[in-house]
Design a protein around this ligand. Structure first.
Ligand code: GDP
Ligand code: ZN
Length: 301
């Protein structure tokens, strides 16, 4: 029998929920991988063979356009495949962490995924000026910032988000409390029902709601939510990959005195000079050094 093709919409261990069109009808099938392998990610397009009416075995993964990693015990593990954009949700209140924002930006840059910042809760006017000033750093680096209020302006927020997400494969991430669930619920009104269905289909257990899942918005747009998500996996990035993930470093690369400069304390370092003179934020250079340190401590994936 010819192989069928489908989109992986949820994963739990070696169990996957695949959405596929069979005989002109959109179906969801419970698939497993062969053997003990679980190298399939949500967002993958896979070839599979049917083993019964609504079950199958994954035979092959079609080449990925992008792959984003999460961190798991100091290793980078797959988070989602074929994404085109990453929306980082921050809020006026509670205040967000720059370290998490920059790590997300590095993850996106190194995977070839376009990042945007969503500043939510702009209705909290007393915290707005400070929040605007803080996201201003990222806007200056060239990252688009969009202001929304899921609570005070749900219609406007939905329109902004839908425009942004049309034709894209998006993942939404944010620290707890920023309003990510509120935004997902605005975009996918039946998200909770869908989650329960997926959980039942994959037999994840009643209380497991932390698996990564994909919601189709229209034929060409989908959004991935990963409620259990903690941290991006950046361990596999080499020093060279890390420097290129900081756009403000790019004009200075190749201008250091030493061709193999680590931008740590070397004389004649163009990056350090830019930090001193204020055109590179000290906070961003510190994170670069921290990430180099972290990746040196782990080997491989
Ligand atoms: P999550 O932890 O990121 O998923 O955040 P939630 O969506 O659960 O939101 C956290 C809290 O912020 C909840 O009490 C929401 O009602 C509130 N919240 C979400 N969006 C807004 C907003 O636009 N304005 C205000 N004032 N509160 C909001
Ligand atoms: Zn240097």
């Amino acid at each position: 029998m010819a192989h069928l093709q489908g989109l992986v919409i949820a994963a739990h261990g070696r169990h996957y929920l695949i959405q596929a069109t069979i005989n002109g009808e959109v179906q969801k099938l419970h698939c497993v991988t062969r053997g003990k392998k679980s190298d399939v990610s949500v967002g993958d397009v896979v070839e599979f063979a049917l083993t019964s009416k609504n079950q199958g075995v994954i035979e092959a993964i079609t080449p990925r356009k992008t792959l984003l990693y999460r961190s798991d015990q100091y290793k980078s593990k797959m988070l989602a495949a074929n994404l085109t954009q990453l929306l980082i949700v921050v809020a006026t209140e509670p205040s967000f962490t720059d370290d998490l924002v920059s790590r997300a930006l590095v993850a996106a840059e190194s995977s070839g995924i376009k990042p945007h910042l969503i500043l939510n809760k702009v209705d909290v006017t007393e915290s707005l000026p400070k929040a605007r000033e803080r996201v201003g750093l990222y806007a200056k680096l060239g990252y688009p910032v969009h202001e929304v209020s899921a609570k005070a302006d749900p219609e406007g927020t939905r329109m902004t988000m839908e425009n942004l997400m049309r034709g894209q494969s998006t993942i939404l991430i944010g620290q707890s409390g920023m309003g990510k669930s509120s935004l997902i619920n605005l975009l996918i009104p039946d998200a909770e029902i869908a989650t329960r269905e997926i959980s039942a289909a994959l037999d994840t257990g009643k209380h497991t709601t932390t698996f990564t899942r994909l919601y189709q918005m229209d034929e060409n747009s989908y959004v991935i939510d990963s409620p259990g998500f903690q941290e991006f996996g950046l361990h596999h990035l080499s020093e060279g990959m890390l420097e290129r993930a900081f756009p403000e470093f790019l004009p200075h690369l190749g201008h250091c005195k030493f061709y193999n400069c680590h931008h740590h304390a070397e004389p004649g370092c163009a990056i350090l000079a830019a930090v001193k003179e204020g055109s590179i934020a000290a906070m961003r250079h510190e994170l670069f050094e921290q990430l180099v340190h972290e990746s040196a401590q782990t080997v491989g994936y």
